[in-house]
Ligand binder design. Structure first.
Ligand SMILES: [Ca+2]
Ligand SMILES: [Ca+2]
Length: 238
C-alpha cells in the first residue's frame, strides 16, 4: 500500500509540474468548462487526546456511491476499517464498484494533534464527490467519516472545511476489553466478521473507560472523546 501511495503522489506532482510550466494558472481559473482534470489536497487533523487514527481512506466517486448511510448496516469494507484500521477493502472499491473512480490511502497512522495530507488529480466527469474514513484505533469500531462531499462547485484556491463526526459502525459490541481493542491501549483483535452490535451506523456514544466505572475496560479517561474527532479540509489546487 505504501509503494502504491508513493507512486500516486509522484504521479500527481508530475502532473502539477507540467501544468504549471505550460499554462498560466489564472487563465485556468476562468476556463473550468474545458478543464479535464482537477487537483485537490485533502487534510485530516486528529483532534482527540489519545485516539490515533488509522491510515486515511479517500475515495473519489460519482453520486451513485455512498461510503455509509446513518441508520443502515455498514458495508463489509467499512466493518473491516472500523474494527481493525485496515483501509485496503475500502480502497478496493475502486476495482469492485464502477461508481468509484479513484482511491487514495493516507501515509500512515495519524497521531493525536497531527495531520495527514493526500494530494491527487481526478477527472471530474468520472468522479466529483469524495468520501473519507479512518478508525479511532483505541475503540471497538469507532471511526471518523464523511461521504458524498460534492466538490463540483469548489473553485481553484477555495477550501471545504468541516469537523468530522465520530461514528459507531454498529458491527462490534463496545465492550472496550483488552481482547477487542486493536490500538496501542490494548493490542487486541482487529476485525471479526461477527456483527454483535446493532448493525447500523450511528453517532458514537463515546467510550466509558475504567476511570468512569467500566471495570472490564482497558481504556482510561484519556481515550474518551466527544464529537468531533477530526477536522477535514479539502482545497482545490488546480
Ligand atoms: Ca460498536
Ligand atoms: Ca464485526
Amino acid at each position: 500500500m505504501k509503494f502504491r501511495l508513493i507512486a500516486i503522489a509522484v504521479g500527481a506532482s508530475l502532473l502539477v509540474g507540467c501544468h504549471d510550466d505550460d499554462h498560466n494558472i489564472i487563465d485556468d481559473n476562468n476556463d473550468d468548462t474545458t478543464q479535464t482534470t482537477r487537483s485537490y489536497t485533502v487534510t485530516v487533523k486528529n483532534l482527540t487526546p489519545n485516539q490515533p487514527l488509522s491510515p486515511l481512506a479517500v475515495l473519489a466517486h460519482n453520486d451513485q456511491y455512498r461510503l455509509f448511510s446513518v441508520g443502515e448496516a455498514a458495508s463489509d469494507g467499512l466493518e473491516i476499517l472500523a474494527e481493525s484500521g485496515d483501509n485496503s477493502s475500502i480502497l478496493a472499491e475502486k476495482e469492485m464498484n464502477t461508481n468509484v473512480g479513484y482511491s487514495f490511502s493516507g501515509t500512515g497512522v495519524v497521531l493525536p494533534g497531527n495531520s495527514d495530507t493526500i494530494t491527487f488529480t481526478i477527472d471530474p466527469t468520472q468522479a466529483s464527490l469524495v468520501s473519507v474514513a479512518s478508525m479511532l484505533v483505541n475503540t471497538n469500531d469507532g471511526f471518523v467519516g464523511e461521504t458524498q462531499l460534492d466538490l463540483t462547485s469548489l473553485a481553484v484556491g477555495a477550501s471545504l472545511n468541516m469537523n468530522m463526526a465520530v461514528w459507531d459502525s454498529g458491527t462490534e459490541n463496545n465492550d472496550e476489553s483488552a481482547a477487542s481493542i486493536p490500538g496501542p491501549a490494548a493490542g487486541g483483535e482487529g476485525f471479526n466478521s461477527a456483527r454483535d452490535d446493532n448493525n447500523r451506523v450511528s453517532f458514537h456514544a463515546g467510550v466509558i473507560s475504567l476511570d468512569d466505572g467500566l471495570a472490564t475496560s482497558v481504556l482510561n479517561a484519556t481515550h474518551r472523546f466527544l464529537n468531533p474527532g477530526a477536522q477535514l479540509s479539502i482545497t482545490r489546487t488546480e
